[in-house]
Design a binder for this molecule. Structure first.
Ligand code: C5P
Length: 227
């Protein structure tokens, strides 16, 4: 059995990371959540007052990119790798609606993308990897053996995200979550550098009406057929 690269792209909150984690575990592959990397850069920008409601100091962020170190460390208890920003575990902080509000803006900056894409390519260079994001099948690993493109209606996705945030104890409104999902989709799909788009050879999976286990089984079969 050969090791392959599995690229999972799609809109916000389509459940990419849930299925990617399950798949990586089933295949004993490494899982890389590239959204977490863009979120960590965004958190850095917020902590250093480079981004706020009405301003974004792109120049300063670009100049400080070398000071931003992002790494992953596997957490045995959780069963997946958590993200660290300059050696601090920021797994929880990067998932807030606040970070979600700014992340797509940060992800439009070509210099940020270049730096993160380089790191992602390095992490997946030996194959045996499941990577999820927006540009994995198109830019990061255009030669990936299996490419999936996940979709679901904006409302379905917002409900899932809202429930996730509520479960964590975050005080958010459904309207804000829906607005954020729609805004991120728009910015991610229309940006100049590496817009979110389905690779020509990607298999589209609309999971609006699939249970988690149905979705996982479908994707596991596709992976097994490819390996
Ligand atoms: O996957 P997640 O929703 O955590 O990603 C957060 C944001 O990071 C996306 O909305 C997008 O703006 C950006 N992103 C990206 N390219 C990737 C992964 C994420 O632009 N490969």
């Amino acid at each position: 059995m050969q090791n392959i690269t599995i690229a999972i792209d799609g809109f916000s909150s389509t459940g990419k990371s849930t299925v990617a984690k399950q798949l990586a575990k089933a295949l004993s592959y490494v899982y890389v959540d590239t959204g977490a990397m863009y979120r960590a850069v965004t958190l850095y920008a917020m902590q250093n007052s480079l981004i706020a409601e009405d301003c974004f100091d792109t120049e300063a962020l670009i100049n400080q990119l070398d000071d931003i170190n992002i790494s992953f460390k596997f957490n045995e208890t959780l069963g997946f790798a958590e993200v660290y920003l300059n050696s601090v575990n920021v797994e929880k902080q990067i998932r807030t609606l606040e970070v979600s509000k700014f992340v797509s803006q940060v992800a439009t900056v070509p210099e940020v993308r270049r730096q993160l894409v380089k790191q992602q390519q390095q992490m997946g260079k030996d194959k045996g990897v499941v990577m999820d994001g927006r540009d994995i099948g198109t830019v990061v690993f255009p030669d990936a053996e299996l490419k999936l493109f996940m979709t679901a209606s904006a409302n379905t996705r917002a409900v899932r995200r809202y429930e996730e945030l509520k479960e964590r104890g975050d005080d958010v409104s459904f309207e804000d979550v829906l607005k954020n999902v729609e805004t991120r989709d728009r910015i991610d799909s229309t940006r100049k550098d590496s817009p979110l788009t389905k690779a020509l050879d990607a298999i589209e999976i609309d999971n609006s009406n699939l249970t988690l286990s149905e979705q996982f089984e479908t994707i596991l079969q596709l992976a097994k057929q490819t390996i």
